[in-house]
Design a protein around this ligand. Structure first.
Ligand code: ADP
Length: 332
């Protein structure tokens, strides 16, 4: 992809004061009505979230957790049952038009009209949002997402990755303050995924708030500065990635010894140990109380030499599994 730089012009509907949070929900609930044999489904239960302005915010949760429901409410596609939602300070009901103008959503499905070209698609979308002709930036946006060469090609001839990029472009035509990406890289190859992230990161660096849902925990770990986790419709964590990762106070060292042992030596009693083979031992410790030197000293006290050491820190996946496991008893 060529240059990824693009500027986000000011929109006339910005409130006088810039809000601290780009998105706020308060006690948000959504219950899908009972239908046929299906019982009523509580998809969101008292969800209160602040998405700080300018953040790269990750919304994580297993399938059926309520992520799409939340995003659809923000996008004005689903009605909430109760609670309040503000986008860029605008109440989604009282100031519906301004709230909608402040948000751009890249949907999960590749729903693009195959009979329009990318340029026509963007112009149409700009028309829907009432962006005056002189303020439209269709070609600039197409360039930013690497679709300049395809600007006049019928969308049905675009590859899956190109369609995905066109959807991102479509969500950008009205220069939204908040860009929502719903599982945007499902089915996108690695290289395209990287391009897409370069572009979204650039938008974030320019001030756009990005809300991302993803199944790829690694992706969230790499990109997001703030992370919320929902499970069974309830918010179970919402904090900075650093604080979240800090919650799991554990580090692991896997040591290859210079000789066979039958059981962990008593000098390691202060740590959690697992003998992986007669020469490999995994040692876990809380970094708030010990460091790797303490482990090495204990092994030295036991008269053991070390041929190799691998260390592993807690990853988002560990926290995610821990948190979702502990709430899995709560069915709604
Ligand atoms: P996620 O996006 O995290 O996979 P969803 O928001 O799609 O979760 O779904 C949350 C829950 O609400 C699920 O149990 C799902 O089956 C249910 N649900 C979603 N949409 C509807 C609907 N239109 N009618 C009834 N139930 C729904």
């Amino acid at each position: 992809m060529e240059t990824l730089i693009m500027t986000l012009p000011r929109r006339p509907n910005t409130p006088e004061t810039v809000p601290e949070n780009a998105v706020e929900t308060r006690d948000l609930c959504k219950t899908y009505a009972a239908e046929g044999k299906d019982q009523a489904k509580k998809a969101l239960i008292d969800v209160t979230i602040d998405i700080p302005r300018g953040s790269f915010f990750g919304l994580l949760g297993p399938n059926g957790a309520g992520k799409s429901t939340l995003i659809n409410i923000l996008a004005g596609l689903t009605n909430r049952t109760s609670g309040d939602v503000r986008i860029w300070g605008f109440d989604i009901e009282r100031d519906m038009r301004a709230a909608r103008r402040a948000i751009g959503v890249v949907p999960q499905e590749l729903n693009i009209d195959p009979f329009f070209t990318p340029r026509e698609t963007l112009e149409l979308q700009a028309g829907l949002y009432g962006v005056p002709k002189r303020e439209r930036r269709s070609d600039e946006i197409l360039k930013a997402v690497g679709l300049t060469d395809q600007a006049a090609v019928y969308a049905r001839r675009l590859s899956g990755g190109m369609r995905r990029r066109l959807l991102v472009a479509k969500a950008m035509v009205h220069s939204p303050k908040v860009l929502v990406l719903d599982e945007p890289t499902a089915g996108v190859d690695v290289e395209l995924r990287r391009h897409l992230w370069d572009y979204v990161r650039e938008l974030n660096a320019q001030g756009a708030t990005v809300l991302l849902t993803t199944h790829y925990l690694k992706e969230a770990e790499e990109l997001c500065d703030t992370i919320a986790i929902i499970n069974h419709g309830r918010l179970i964590a919402c904090e900075s990635k650093k604080a979240l990762l800090g919650r799991l106070d554990t580090k692991e060292m896997i040591l290859t010894l210079d000789r066979d042992i039958e059981m962990p030596p008593p000098q390691l009693a202060a740590f959690t140990t697992v003998l992986k083979s007669s020469r490999r031992i995994a040692v876990s410790y809380p970094p708030s109380r010990f460091n790797s030197g303490d482990v090495l000293a204990a092994l030295s006290d036991a008269g053991l030499g070390i041929n190799d050491v691998v260390t592993r820190e807690a990853e988002l996946e560990d926290i995610f599994l821990n948190l979702t496991r502990s709430t899995d008893g709560e069915k709604t």
